[in-house]
Design a protein around this ligand. Structure first.
Ligand SMILES: [Zn+2]
Length: 148
């Protein structure tokens, strides 16, 4: 029997997805973001800064760490323009996903807002902004930096 001959039930129902994501060891990051701060972890043993925050250092495996404030300014390394969106983001399309690199070398993936795709340029200065979703969850986006 080939794949096409398999009996199939077709459904047009929509699915609603609900997530409960455990954040206990990185809770400080989300709490800080909710207050408009952008922080990450620095390993107390070797000084390595990680993003996303890591309770266990990916370089030396130490579990001792401290929280440090990250810069707000990054440079656009690369981006992609998402026109055909996954169902969970269908109300937000189209959008830009960007990777920004901070002066300390940390790279962060986030949505890029406030700039049309034809004006997005690799190397442009970006600023991280804290936001809050309609569910009340803090999140962060890149926006173009204002000329100084
Ligand atoms: Zn380390």
């Amino acid at each position: 029997m080939t794949q096409e001959e398999q009996p199939t039930l077709h459904s047009r129902r929509s699915l609603t997805l609900r997530f409960d994501i455990p954040i206990s060891r990185t809770r400080e990051f989300w709490d800080a973001l909710g207050k408009g701060r952008f922080v990450t972890t620095r390993c107390s043993a070797c000084g390595n800064e990680s993003f996303p925050p890591q309770a266990d250092c990916p370089r030396c495996m130490s579990d001792r760490f401290e929280w440090v404030d990250l810069d707000r300014e990054a440079r656009l390394v690369t981006y992609t323009y998402v026109q055909v969106t996954p169902a969970s983001f269908v109300n937000d399309d189209p959008y830009i996903i960007a990777i920004g690199e901070f002066a300390n070398g940390i790279k962060v993936l986030a949505w890029l807002e406030g700039v049309p795709v034809e004006k997005a340029k690799v190397g442009m200065k970006l600023t991280v902004e804290a936001r809050r979703s309609s569910e009340g969850n803090p999140y962060y986006v890149f926006v173009p930096s204002l000329p100084s």
